[in-house]
Ligand binder design. Sequence first.
Ligand code: ADP
Ligand code: MG
Length: 214
Amino acid sequence: MTTDQSLVLRTYADAARTAHATLTALDQLSGDGDFGDNLREGLDRVTAALDAHPDRPPYAVAASVFLDEVGGTSGPLIGLLFQELARAHEAHSDERDAWRAGTGEGLAAIQRVGEAEPGDRTMVDALVPARDALEAGSGPREVALAALEGAHATAALRARRGRASYVGQRAVGFPDPGALGVALLFWSRARARKEAPGELTVYLPTVPGTEPPA
Ligand code: ADP
Ligand code: MG
């Protein structure tokens, strides 16, 4: 179980590295451009902490790194998601039950703190479809697809929360970086279980001013 968790986190760290330029460019369109750095550096710190403390519960390690050390609006919010995933993996021995409970509670915590509703163009728009797919009993592949589709659908939305709400229409046509970044967690869980819905690069939009990821 602990091995699975750390494989998911290491896969997520690799995914954040692959997606870094895309996430940076997306946050440059709609925010201040630091989201790619926040996610990649946060997850690099998590993998270093996992190496240093192989006996600690991995999602709890990820939670403390994101809650205490990662900046931006997204850092602490993603920390809350990891915190609930850690709690749920303690409480449920079945992996699907743990993800269902952890995602549901994580989403609730993120909404309590950030007050974003579905359709506000935030990470909530990736988490709601992931939570719904988990509630319906879907496996990792379908859950990952639901999260990625939710993230991509934010391209049609105008932001009402966070920094992106100040820039209005400029980012419309491109997905919200936080939604895409959180969807990568669900892709990574599926990938770690050899059930990914295709390569990550398929799901990374081409943003003007960036080279498509290799
Ligand atoms: P900042 O805007 O402070 O630089 P980041 O760049 O780290 O923060 O993260 C930006 C992402 O945070 C956005 O793309 C969005 O998904 C998410 N976000 C912003 N505000 C909220 C909120 N109130 N609730 C949920 N997610 C939010
Ligand atoms: Mg930012």
